[in-house]
Design a protein around this ligand. Structure first.
Ligand code: PHE
Length: 371
């Protein structure tokens, strides 16, 4: 029996050591120490031994049992730690490796300038409005004193949408200007009003370096009592001075627009920008004007950018036509106001010296990353 016990011990220890998984180890445990395990059965046999052999055999069995249990525990521990090792190495991360570089985008130059424009006008008490890009013929034209027969319709080549005409508002068009938001806002809020409307507009034109079918404008509308063009002049002078007086204003524009040669000559604006009116025609204003701003690059002495006039054309404007006030439900006997519209896209191009409008919507990162 002693011999048999010795054999069982060696055999069991070898099998324990070979067991590579918790499951295999459990099988070995059952085989030797289970209820019908080999060692268990032998231990039960002790009872049948002659009296004098019992104590020695009993002790030996217990020693073997203990040795096996210890071996099981050790092996179990090894299996567990191997499992952990495997899990760890599967999830291994080289914390010293250089990180993967993610390209973080930034605000498009057009939006950057739009936010600045909004900030300056809201500081002056203007609300910022929005309107639909797919607009009715009514708001885009009729409501603005441009009936269907009016030759001024030819000033803006229009995209018409395939939409069943609506009796009151007519067909749908892609708005050719932000001006339709004038009547929409008057209808909704009445007078007095102070708003700007930045937004995209669309014209059915051939594309080249200075023309795009889609570009951005900023509309302005102020309606109140005793309003004159003098107020417009003051507001625009203030607006342009604040805009170009900023860190990235005039000097950035000078550098980019005229290259290194005259960049050093351009002085930052500190005396303020001047504005002037010239007569201009738009059916929805009377009188209508064009507003020019003094050229920042040459301080009105004349340069390539201002075509040696000292002035840059900036926007169309005028006193809101009584028919437009009427369309907006405002009594033109009590209230008057002015409206303006300038090209935000053009302002961005002027400011950064961009000479091809198509770059702005090209999605070309070599271009966009400069701003
Ligand atoms: N909507 C005009 C345009 O797109 C600009 C404008 C706006 C002129 C408001 C006068 C008053 O050309």
């Amino acid at each position: 029996m002693q011999e048999l016990l010795g054999k069982i011990k060696t055999q069991a220890l070898a099998e324990i050591e070979k067991a590579a998984s918790a499951e295999a180890l459990y099988q070995v445990q059952v085989k030797y120490l289970g209820r019908k395990g080999e060692l268990t059965l032998l231990m039960q046999g002790i009872a049948d031994l002659p009296k004098e052999e019992k104590p020695a055999m009993g002790r030996m069995c217990n020693e073997i049992k203990q040795a096996l249990e210890e071996a099981f525990a050790r092996q179990q521990e090894q299996i567990d730690s191997a499992d952990i090792q495997k899990k760890l190495s599967d999830a291994w991360v080289d914390v010293t490796a250089p990180g993967a570089k993610y390209n973080i985008g930034h605000i498009h130059p057009l939006s950057q300038v739009q936010y600045e424009v909004e900030q300056i006008f809201s500081d002056m008490g203007f609300a910022i409005m929005d309107g639909p890009e797919a607009e009715s013929e009514y708001y885009n034209f009729e409501g603005l004193n441009i009936p269907s027969w009016h030759p001024a319709r030819d000033m803006q080549d229009t995209f018409f949408l395939k939409q069943t005409p609506d009796k009151k508002h007519g067909r749908l068009v892609l708005r050719t200007q932000t001006s339709p938001v004038q009547v929409r806002t008057m209808e909704k809020y009445g007078a007095p009003l102070r708003i700007i409307v930045p937004g995209r507009v669309f014209r059915n034109e051939a594309t080249d370096a200075s023309h795009e079918h889609t570009f951005s404008q900023v509309e302005g509308l102020l309606v109140d009592r005793d309003i004159s063009l003098a107020h417009l002049k003051g507001v625009m002078r203030e607006f342009l001075t604040r805009l170009f007086g900023r860190a990235h204003g005039a000097s950035a524009m000078a550098e980019r627009t005229s290259g290194s040669a005259s960049a050093s000559e351009a002085e930052p604006i500190n005396k303020g920008i001047r504005v002037r009116f010239r007569p201009g025609y738009f059916p929805f204003v009377e009188p209508g004007v064009e507003l020019d701003m003094s050229c920042l690059l040459c301080n009105e002495t004349g340069c390539r950018v201002c075509k040696h006039t000292g002035w840059l054309e900036f926007m169309g404007a005028g006193m809101v036509h009584p028919n437009v006030l009427k369309a907006g439900g405002i009594d033109s006997k009590k209230y008057q106001g002015w409206a303006f519209g300038f090209g935000l896209t053009r302002l961005v191009m002027m400011r950064y010296g961009i000479d091809d409008i198509r770059l702005l919507s090209s999605g070309d990162l070599r271009f966009l990353e400069q701003f």
